[in-house]
Write a protein that binds this ligand. Structure first.
Ligand SMILES: [Zn+2]
Length: 621
């Protein structure tokens, strides 16, 4: 189990070198409010900033979903990696070498994949900038009007057309073929041995995550290329890259976007590059997929508003309907900007400079308005039938969506319906009735419906209410590992009834017995299969740390446990007393009981602390 015991100070070192505000701020927008920083929680569908990052205590907490922890658990949760991997990612970030013996090979994997991507990015870039082979690629980018500075900032590269350019470079540099395969850069040959490059004769656009690390590539086949294949080819989905989630340029766009309050979404890499080159920096692109819910959730962390750019003819009905669906079902302002027919953003920017493009962004209308305008242009709004057809088309899209939960959702729906009614001079009640009809007609198709079921009831035993003294015991011990020995000597594991707390205590006992420091940092390594429990442990520790008199507090608790034991013995004796029918045994039990109650009374009074009162915090906790 513990192949790689981490010295506890190693964990401490990594934590000290990674300020929680810096690290979390790398993943989402944070605003300082007083002593803490606030942002939208990345772990639930947050609609108001519920996520607090506290630099003084180096903790985060979501007031809505209850996520709680330190810088390491944040990276664990966010990047879906285990404790060691999170630790190693943070160590890299801070330039610390974790030279422990025998590292778990899996633990390094994400870092290794990122390393291999960094190596390949540099190699492709060097090729584009220097290699005679890349002449046609340089010419192509020049023709598109892209400047050297942008090409460099965005790390563009070129993959030559031979099938083994990268494979050979990897061999020369001792780079692992397995890792290159994992990140989608090379593949095994079908016949015979060996490997081949997946990107050939293409200009490469490194796709970076929000922190600027290359996680994939988009490749544009050179127009002059003799090789066949699609015009655009993206990295396949890998452990680093998911094309339905990734946005091109978010690392470069996020800061300006936070300032202007919105992000613009276009379709192509060159659209993004040209916009940035001309100073319109709040622009990103999807990876050849339509904007979806996962994109929106990501974007929501940075801006409250997204402007989708459609060119007038290509936007099409599906694009508009899909945008309206997202608008209706998510807590996001979603607007649509139309460009003059036949022009993509890059053409427009090259032809006319940033002016018309920015004006189009500024006059964007929200998705509902866009749909209404589209339908009004098609139908005769003079007649009631025409207006009903428009209403029907709009409501049909809305009926597809699962409404936003809660008050915010209800308000958004009201506002939409009022607007449709007003624009079409129809009665609101009629529209609501029509919407209900459409929704009912749709329901049988999707079975049980999307509403919250019993899924949330995970691990009911660990969610059970804990006795206050059990909870407080863990609060003390997690805050003060030095006290574990004392508790180990007088409280048996079986005395803890709450299963989650018992598991935590068991972990501390195990560490204590094996001579390791019984700290939460050490404990969490063995508990990474149980995120909620680690989360809980952090909360308990936090409450423990809030009290200075922990030794005194613990004495009170131990006394309380002693009484609890006593009561349970007494109860058992009484039960037996009721059950026995022979006189002698009953008498014996009775004597036993009486002597116990005398002892209990004197024991408590010598403590100067009434037997029933117990530890001070218990009553109110
Ligand atoms: Zn949350």
């Amino acid at each position: 189990m513990r192949g790689w015991p981490l010295a506890n100070d190693r964990v401490k070192l990594v934590k000290q070198a990674n300020d929680i505000v810096d690290v979390v701020g790398g993943y989402l927008a944070l605003r300082q409010t007083g002593k803490t920083f606030k942002g939208l929680c990345p772990f639930h569908n947050d609609t108001r900033p519920s996520f607090d990052v506290d630099p003084a205590r180096q903790r985060y907490r979501c007031w809505s979903c209850g996520k709680f922890g330190d810088v390491i658990s944040f990276v664990q949760e966010f990047d879906h990696v285990d404790f060691r991997e999170a630790l190693s990612l943070l160590a890299r970030r801070a330039g610390i070498t974790l030279d422990d013996t025998g590292p778990d090979p899996r633990a390094e994997s994400r870092g290794q994949l990122l390393d291999v991507m960094r190596w390949a990015t540099a190699l492709f870039q060097e090729c584009l900038l220097e290699d005679p082979l890349a002449e046609p690629a340089r010419k192509y980018l020049g023709e598109r009007g892209l400047l050297g500075e942008v090409v460099r900032t965005w790390g563009l590269g070129y993959a030559p057309g031979s099938w083994e350019w990268l494979v050979n470079a990897a061999r020369d540099n001792n780079v692992s073929f397995d890792l290159l395969e994992k990140v989608g850069l090379i593949a095994r040959r079908d016949k015979g041995d060996g490997w081949y490059d997946r990107f050939r004769d293409r200009v490469l656009f490194p796709i970076r995550d929000v922190r600027g690390q290359t996680v994939g590539f988009g490749g544009r086949l050179l127009p002059s290329s003799a090789s066949k294949g699609p015009k655009y080819y993206n990295s396949c989905d890998t452990p680093l890259f998911s094309k339905s989630e990734q946005l091109y340029g978010l690392d470069q766009a996020r800061q300006v976007a936070e300032k202007v309050g919105y992000l613009t979404i276009v379709e192509g890499y060159t659209d993004v590059l040209m916009a940035h080159q001309l100073g319109v920096r709040q622009v990103v692109a999807t990876m050849g997929t339509a904007l979806n819910e996962r994109h929106v959730k990501q974007l929501r962390r940075f801006v409250p508003r997204v402007v989708l750019v459609f060119d007038a003819d290509a936007g099409g009905d599906t694009g508009v309907d899909r945008a309206l669906e997202l608008f209706a079902s998510l807590d996001m302002e979603l607007a649509i900007a139309s460009l003059p027919a036949g022009l993509d953003p890059c053409d427009l920017l090259v032809q006319s400079g940033p002016g018309p493009f920015v004006r189009a962004l500024e006059s964007a209308v929200d998705a509902l308005e866009h749909k209404l305008l589209q339908m009004l242009a098609r139908e005769d709004a003079e007649t009631v039938e025409g207006r009903f057809r428009i209403a029907h088309a709009v409501l049909e899209v809305i009926a597809q969506t699962t409404p936003l939960p809660g008050q915010a959702g209800a308000v958004k729906m009201e506002l939409m319906m009022t607007r449709i009614a007003r624009r079409l001079a129809l009665k609101e009640e009629t529209l609501w009735a029509r919407l209900d009809e459409l929704r009912r007609a749709r329901r049988p198709a999707d079975g049980a419906g999307p509403h919250r079921g019993g899924q949330g009831a995970t691990q009911p035993a660990e969610k059970a209410r804990a006795a206050p003294e059990e909870r407080e015991l863990l609060e003390v011990l997690l805050a003060d590992p030095d006290l574990v020995g004392e508790v180990f000597a007088c409280i048996a594991l079986e005395e803890i009834e709450h299963p989650g707390l018992r598991r935590l205590l068991q972990g501390l006992y195990d560490l204590h017995q094996s001579g390791e420091p019984p700290t939460l940092d050490r404990l969490r390594e063995d508990m990474q299969d149980n995120g909620p429990l680690v989360n809980k442990a952090f909360e308990l520790q936090d409450r423990g740390l809030a009290r200075a008199d922990r030794q005194v507090w613990l004495s009170g608790l131990l006394e309380h446990f002693r009484q609890r034991r006593e009561k349970s013995v007494t109860r058992k004796l009484k039960e037996r007393l009721h059950a026995v029918d022979d006189h002698a045994t009953a008498l014996e039990l009775l004597r036993n009981l009486q002597s116990r109650s005398v002892e209990a009374g004197s024991g408590a009074s010598s403590q100067g602390n009434g037997p029933a009162s117990g530890p001070t915090r218990l009553a109110g906790a």
